[in-house]
Design a protein around this ligand. Structure first.
Ligand code: F3S
Length: 399
């Protein structure tokens, strides 16, 4: 693998031990995947931020990189943490966990990483342009960056994303190369999709049909006539979770689709297929739901505004988490949406989400509009789930 003199200097430790370790990680990855060179990048998103996932071993590694002089070379943002940094007591997070989570965030901050703690960095400033090479972790955001924005990233893990941040480069393989962005499977949709659960169900239905989660399939999805930003983030979260998909194309909707003809291998999905998937993700009736959550992936301002409209003058009867980024919450504060929502008894869970927060066993059954949140809440937190359209989820919190 060819390295420039600057990259060789980083590898040899001339810029300190953290940059050297980071370059070792990238060079090893590049050799494994057959990269010929590094690519300069402009943007990084790091996952694996919750102390619940990192533990002491992960925190020790981060601290070592921070103590070793690691400094972000490009705009670098963070995935959700295990708690709302300012409001964790109201969400039932204990002080010991909070202290450990603060140590994680302090290590990132020392390295110049922006501690935004959100899986939708593209909604508030970390917005790569078409064709730009980036290094993102967080499967839903990777899929959104590749498919919807037309940027180019592999599915990085936390360590390789941090390594890319500390060096400003990433190995040239996978979705950075034209040949790996071509569609390999034609998915013909014969159904009318409107809500986030419709799009989440489509992602799961495609994922369930793919042979394995790691064969880098690139679906071309035809038959869709409209999709909002919110629908697309639901689809990205779901198709990445259930199918390991990091890139898809939708003619008329995503920017690279028109560059390719539909592949010959095809499958058809109907309304019945999507209904079956929704039924799989709904194991409980209304009576059993004791936890309601919206914001997987993190809510847009438009979604927060809609929640405020639906909750105005009402009181929720269940624990209801509104999960979003701090910048979006800041805009909601300014517009008065936060006050309306909090007056209802619903809680903002900023910086975190119902999957990465340590709430295992706290609730029996959760209602949400997110197929991904249903999957992980069942698998990790042992909650039963109820998948509903966005407005219906809010109504569920009021029942
Ligand atoms: Fe984001 Fe948490 Fe869902 S990280 S995509 S809100 S599981």
């Amino acid at each position: 693998m060819h390295l420039t003199p600057e990259e060789k200097n980083l590898l040899s430790g001339k810029a300190g031990p953290a940059a050297s370790k980071a370059m070792q990680i990238l060079e090893t990855l590049g050799r494994i995947y057959g990269a010929e060179r590094m690519l300069p990048i402009n943007s990084v998103q790091i996952s694996g931020v919750s102390y619940a996932n990192l533990g002491e071993a992960g925190l020790a590694w981060l601290s070592e990189m921070a103590e070793g002089g690691g400094q972000a070379q490009v705009l670098t943002t963070l995935n959700p943490a295990g708690m709302d940094v300012e409001n964790y007591q109201a969400l039932g997070i204990d002080e010991t966990f909070a202290e450990n989570q603060r140590r994680v965030l302090a290590a990132f901050e020392k390295m110049g990483v922006v501690t935004t703690c959100s899986c939708t960095p593209y909604l508030f400033g970390n917005l790569p342009r078409f064709g730009e090479h980036i290094a993102w972790a967080e499967s839903s955001a990777v899929c959104y960056a590749n498919a919807v924005l037309g940027a180019r990233t592999n599915r990085e893990g936390g360590p390789s994303a941090l390594a890319a941040s500390l060096t400003g480069c990433t190995p040239a393989y996978g979705y950075h190369l034209d040949e790996n962005r071509q569609p390999t499977l034609h998915v013909q949709v014969k159904a009318e999709l409107v809500t986030n659960p419709d799009f989440g169900a489509l992602g799961k239905a495609i994922g369930d049909r793919l042979q394995t989660k790691n064969d880098n399939r690139v679906p071309m999805i035809s038959g869709l006539h409209q999709a909002s930003l919110e629908n697309l983030k639901s689809l990205c979260a779901s198709i990445a979770t259930f199918g390991g998909v990091a890139l898809f194309h939708i003619p008329g909707i995503t920017p690279e689709a028109d560059a390719y003809p539909p592949p010959s291998e095809s499958l058809t999905l109907t309304t019945r297929d999507l209904d079956r998937v929704k039924a799989d993700l709904t194991q409980v009736g209304q009576a059993e739901v004791d936890f309601v959550s919206l914001g997987c992936p993190h809510l847009s301002l438009r979604e927060v505004q809609r929640i405020a409209q639906l909750l105005e003058g009402k009181r929720v009867t269940k624990e209801f988490w509104i999960t979003t980024s701090r910048p979006v919450k800041g805009m909601a504060d300014r517009m008065g949406y936060t006050a309306l929502i909090e007056a209802s008894g619903a809680k903002f869970a900023t910086d975190t989400c119902c999957v990465v927060a340590p709430i295992q066993g706290r609730f029996r059954a959760m209602a949400t509009d997110s197929a991904k949140a249903c999957y992980y809440s069942a698998a990790r937190n042992h909650f039963k789930t109820r998948l509903l359209p966005f407005d219906e989820v809010v109504k569920e919190a009021l029942q």
